[in-house]
Design a protein around this ligand. Sequence first.
Ligand code: SAM
Length: 242
Amino acid sequence: MSHKFFVPAEQIVSNRVTLTGSDVSHIRTVLRLKAGACIQVIGGSDKLHTVRLVEVEAKEVLGEIIASEEFDVESPLAVHLGLALTKGNKFDATLRKSVELGVRSVTPLITDRCVVKTHRKKTERWKKIALESSKQCGRTQVPLVTEDIETLEIFCRNNDDLDLKLVFWEMESNSSLKNLQLDQAPRSVAVLIGPEGGFSSVEIEKTREHGFQTVSLGPRILRAETAPVVALALLQSLWGDL
Ligand code: SAM
């Protein structure tokens, strides 16, 4: 399988593809590809293009599309994850796994019991992680990592119109994904996962006011970096593409 690159849709005009920025240095200095070599390009759609390099210059690489194929690996279930900030690089690792598990967007959250209080924005790093992870797992869409670190209230409001809204809570003893009463399978779901200290009861009430349902992931308490993986895998298995 040849090397895969994501380019913004506007960099594909007719059958011509323009690569810029770090893709150019990767092609020139890491892969040492010359004109005539072929790469794979995904341009913001569910098409995978085979592109033959035409010009490999210092600032720009031009290619022409020689073949395209439908390439749909995006889940039919749009999962929008609200993920409380966690210590160390756990958030980065959880973000990578969430991308592999088909998440549509990730919103970093500051909640009452977040140990991490820094607002030092790591958004650019998280966006890079989302892009690299999408390339690694072969997705055609890069999940959105929201610009700002948000509050629970804003996340709930921004996801008010989704089909299903779930807050995973270790104190929930009755409701699980298996016994949710739903009229039909959801096509979009908002998911809330708390920090190492969990959600406060005030936060749980606030999410309920916004129509979120508390859901258990079983009798054991999962780590803040384990719970999102389990939740996403179960959701994709029930209503997505796992
Ligand atoms: N407050 C917990 C404690 O007393 O140790 C820790 C919270 S847990 C480390 C972090 C997050 O994972 C929770 O906020 C919740 O969203 C999710 N979680 C962990 N175990 C869960 C379970 N059994 N059911 C539902 N959610 C769970």
